[in-house]
Design a binder for this molecule. Structure first.
Ligand SMILES: [Zn+2]
Ligand SMILES: [Zn+2]
Length: 234
């Protein structure tokens, strides 16, 4: 069984999946947090070179900040969805679409920065198995937050979902409702896809891990509302 380690790299979580043969890193945190990453790995007695794969859930800079340095030091391959590849190559953020007044205001204040460009090694479309890395799991396409957003499912039990499920302080109001997303309809479809894998725990990049049942309930409430609004025609 893989051990799951949560790495806190700014206001965002990255995850390290520690397998018997090799380790996998999910996202690389905010720009400038590389030192923090090395420090946390050292605390876990994990050598950077033992990381063989870096999975980028999506090309927002709170997830790809240290990527070029981390790729270089670990020698790991970088995997992303083909829709995100151009953003890694250019170092530019995939489009951030916000759905609350407060977030719109905040985002307007944030200066668009560039991160060091990285050429991804593995581009996927729908699914990618992790068995060759010694981890019983797979990467699946869960679009909505961005067009090429990915989730990682391991051992049929745990899902690492990037930002497709999020709980942000102040703006989320106790819900997992997608306050940031390029296509909200797709977000809910991706929630369904994640739930259908039968996993038990959901690890978010922003927020603490939650039981899948919480998301299931929120999705059911959403679908009920949809059904009500369309007079049962949905
Ligand atoms: Zn994001
Ligand atoms: Zn994020």
């Amino acid at each position: 069984m893989a051990a799951i380690h949560t790495l806190s790299l700014g206001y965002v979580n990255s995850f390290l999946l520690q397998g018997d043969q090799s380790n996998i890193l999910i996202d690389t945190g905010l720009p400038g947090k590389e030192k923090k990453l090395w420090h946390q790995l050292e605390g876990l007695a994990i050598a950077p070179e033992s990381i063989k794969l870096i999975i980028i859930t999506h090309a927002h800079q709170d997830h790809t900040g240290g990527l070029s340095t981390v790729k270089q030091r670990t020698g790991a391959q970088v995997l992303c969805h083909e829709n995100e590849a151009e953003f890694l190559r250019s170092g530019i953020n995939s489009r951030v679409v916000t759905h609350t007044w407060l977030l719109k205001k905040l985002m307007a204040m944030v200066k668009e920065t560039k991160v060091n460009p990285v050429e991804p090694d593995i581009l996927i479309q729908n699914e990618f198995p992790l068995t060759s890395y010694g981890i019983d799991g797979k990467v699946i396409h869960t679009p909505g937050h961005t067009a090429g957003a990915l989730s990682v499912i391991i051992e049929g039990k745990s899902a690492f979902v990037g930002d497709i499920v999020m709980k942000l302080p102040l703006v989320s109001k106790g819900s997992y409702h997608p306050v940031v997303g390029q296509d909200l309809e797709q977000v809910y479809e991706s929630w369904q896809k994640i739930i259908d894998t039968g996993i038990e725990t959901i690890y978010m990049a922003h927020g603490k891990a939650i039981p899948a049942a919480h998301l299931e309930k929120e999705l059911a409430d959403y679908l009920n509302r949809q059904n009500f609004n369309t007079g049962g025609q949905a």
